[in-house]
Design a protein around this ligand. Sequence first.
Ligand SMILES: *Cc1c(COP(=O)(O)O)cnc(C)c1O
Length: 364
Amino acid sequence: MKLNIPHYTLAIKPYVPGKPLAELEREYGISDSIKLASNENPLGPSPQAVAAMGAYAQRMHRYPDEPGYALLQGIAARHQVAPEQVIIGNGSDEVLGLLGLALLQPGDEVIVPTPSFLMYTIVAQTAGAATVEVPLNDMAIDLDGVLSSVNAKTRIIFICNPNNPTGQVVPREAFESFLAALPDHVVVVVDEAYAEFVRDRHTFQGMDYLAADVPVVTLRTFSKAFGLAGLRVGYGVMPTALADILNRVRMPFNVNAMAQAAATAALDDDAFLEKTITLVHQGLDWFYAQLNRRRIRYVPSQSNFFLIDVARDAKIVFEQLLHEGVIVRAMSGYGFPQCIRINIGLPEENRRFLSALDKVLGNI
Ligand SMILES: *Cc1c(COP(=O)(O)O)cnc(C)c1O
């Protein structure tokens, strides 16, 4: 078979998903394992979303609303933007993909403060664009470094705020000076997948800059704070002119009807959102106190996850924790060979993780 595949497509490394819980349990002979590896909501899905899905099941013979009227209205109302400025996607990952499709071609460059979310580079590679990596400076995004990497070929700058996996945020003034210094041939994509968890009021929200000279796209998701990762719903808020372009490359019915119904209901589930945020903040504070007491280093976070410095090979600690039935993420592939990333779980999950860590690190 002769496939004429572009060289840049062949260069993409396949995404390696985390193994399903059931498979890990079989492999390691464990049961009742807990997963703190994917920044999911430990409380489960929003109950209002679950109720909406039950009611909606009877209507699955119908095509979804296109382009998703109720959900677009709900998102627009929540953020006080126009529905025409919103693009919904099959996860915010799809909106990232649409941005790549609409904005990038071979020879272009994107800038990614590194380490960050791996999807940005995959999106660039898919379009044949090159990724320019700008290392973090003491865990924070180096906006001056990003600025000095901008050239005539730069098309997209990805700013993950808070950044995954470090949990740090960019101060508002720093972002504003950065934005003012950018040439207008670039698009800034601000990924706010974890915005709901931010406690530091000195950061910025991408949506406040919809009228800036440089287009600013803000990405949000229902996968984390709203507990709907399995349904795949996310969205981008952007200037209408750019949304018009994305709508041309977007497949119709890209967000399925069940997902639209659930996400629309979740937007109104204030009680669930509040409960989630409180659980995460209390969990973070509990962990900080516990780790301080043990003199284990960590990176304080504005998100629902944080990095722990295990002061030894994180891949080995990851394996040892697996044997204890606790699934975390080793950060070796992100340039932190001695760090693991965990998300905040239920209080009993947090305690279970900590006793497993104590055992593995020899603290008990
Ligand atoms: C989890 C996550 C997303 C969300 O992706 P979805 O496709 O909406 O599930 C986006 N960006 C970052 C940085 C994330 O960690």
